[in-house]
Design a protein around this ligand. Structure first.
Ligand SMILES: [Ca+2]
Ligand SMILES: [Ca+2]
Ligand SMILES: [Ca+2]
Length: 450
């Protein structure tokens, strides 16, 4: 029973701002009314019908993407619900999630395996900086505090704010931002004031209603949700007018940006939907059937992850067109020879390496000027401008065109102990490629080099 009350309270805390917003009376941090009267009148309005009053019987709906090609799967289940906050860690491919009632931050690795990261009471939103140095995790309480950790899990101190913190975010330069729902403003802590120094805040932007989630896009524009009013705004500091991208929604909680398209995505808690927003006022429903979606985030290649607040589950939407994913290509070191013997004592030996065209990959899409082999670039260059020459040839005689390169052994990282060589590069449209083939280094001792 206690658990049930506690969970209802969690719902109350979130929606208590609605009371403040309607009354035009902003509670102070010590105002008990923040914890709110009149649950009954607020709950239906808040659309928390999917809210499950226990930790083990979540309401599992059936998330469905509406855009062609996208697939849906459960990335993690069995989290201690309710859970909020979701941050992608570029350095490991994993995620941080906040398990509110368990009072802990959990790390979920790229394969979906959870492990304990840190203790944070009533943990809610979190923010991870782009270099994966700091994880800041907010308590869902007046004043916070916001717990600061490095990504080894070492506690670095707390930040308290004057009002009630809701959203948290880092920009690309490592400055930290937190929204104060009580005072209706966004504060900034410049990177230069973060640990090991002492955090110092100033007001970044004002002119909001009731703020909730926030995140920066790739151009360092800050987006926030005004969840009670159903708006998503692009912040124009210091005091607007802010740009309305989305309005009329049912409790928009959090935002995320697709790294492939830079489109804005919005989680609508009340309707259990996700929106794709392409420009101010222009949006479509991307997915339906989510169990109280809260925090959302993309991984590096454009898959979307949704933390379903009371379902103890993170649902993954897999993109049909992943971006920035390394394409594995077939290469042939010393085309036509096998094994690929290289005299490791002859620094001037030129090693030919071919990128082969296959059913899956057209080698002629590779920008030859980007290609490196074990640290070396093409040795055949244009004498006038120094640019690498391009060699297209059907080296394996199968009727399609391959791309051939020539690297001087002395320019590569290959040693007499090497057993393989790796080629990297990019296609003309910016996709990374990588291919590896074996080498047989010979000639370590001149006696054996024959
Ligand atoms: Ca070969
Ligand atoms: Ca071929
Ligand atoms: Ca060929």
């Amino acid at each position: 029973m206690f658990k049930k009350m506690h969970l209802l309270l969690m719902g109350l805390v979130t929606i208590s701002f609605i009371v403040a917003g309607c009354d035009k009376e902003v509670p102070t941090s010590s105002d008990e009314s923040l914890w709110g009267p009149s649950v009954a009148s607020i709950l239906p309005r808040a659309g928390l019908k999917q809210f499950s009053p226990n930790n083990n019987g979540p309401t599992l709906l059936d998330p469905t993407p509406l855009e062609p090609g996208w697939t849906v799967s459960t990335f993690v289940s069995g989290l201690f619900s309710p859970a909020n906050g979701l941050e992608f860690d570029q350095s490991t491919g994993g995620f941080y999630v906040g398990e509110f009632d368990a009072g802990r931050v959990t790390f979920v690795d790229a394969e979906g395996n959870p492990s304990f990261f840190a203790t944070v009471p009533s943990v809610d939103e979190m923010a991870l900086n782009r270099t994966s140095t700091f994880l800041f995790a907010k308590e869902h309480n007046s004043g916070g505090p916001i717990h600061m950790f490095n990504t080894q899990g070492t506690f670095l101190g707390n930040i308290s704010i004057p009002g009630f913190p809701t959203g948290t975010a880092f920009d690309s330069r490592g400055n930290f931002y937190v929204s104060d729902a009580t005072n209706r403003e966004v504060l900034v802590y410049p990177a230069s004031t973060l640990p090991p120094n002492t955090p110092v805040a100033s007001v970044y932007a004002t002119g909001f209603l009731i703020l909730e989630g926030m995140r920066f896009d790739s151009q360092d524009n800050l987006f926030v949700t005004e969840f009670e009013q159903g708006n998503v705004l692009q912040v124009v500091p210091p005091n607007g007018p802010h740009i309305t991208w989305v309005s009329g929604q049912n409790i928009p909680i959090n935002v995320a940006f697709d790294p492939c398209t830079n489109n804005l995505f919005v989680s609508n808690n009340g309707s259990g939907t996700i929106l794709r927003v392409t420009s101010p006022g222009v949006f479509t429903t991307f997915a339906i059937g989510l169990s109280s979606p809260f925090a959302i985030v993309f991984d590096a290649v454009g898959n979307l992850y949704v933390n379903e607040f009371d379902a103890g589950r993170i649902t993954k939407f897999t993109s049909p067109n992943p971006c920035f994913e390394v394409i594995e290509v077939d290469i042939d070191i010393k085309p036509g020879s096998d094994p690929n013997s290289i005299n490791c004592n002859n620094k001037n030996e030129v090693i030919a390496v071919a990128i082969l065209t296959t059913d899956d990959f057209d080698a002629t899409t590779v920008d030859h000027s980007t290609v490196m082999f074990e640290g070396a670039s093409e040795t055949h260059v244009n004498r006038r401008n120094g640019e690498p020459r391009r060699h297209e040839e059907d080296v394996d005689g199968d009727g399609d065109t391959d791309l051939v390169f020539h690297f001087r052994l002395g320019d590569t990282n290959l040693t007499c102990d090497s057993t393989e060589g790796t080629l990297t590069g990019e296609t003309f449209d910016g996709r990374a490629i990588e291919g590896t083939d074996s080498v047989r280094m010979v000639g370590r001792w001149s006696r054996n080099s024959k």
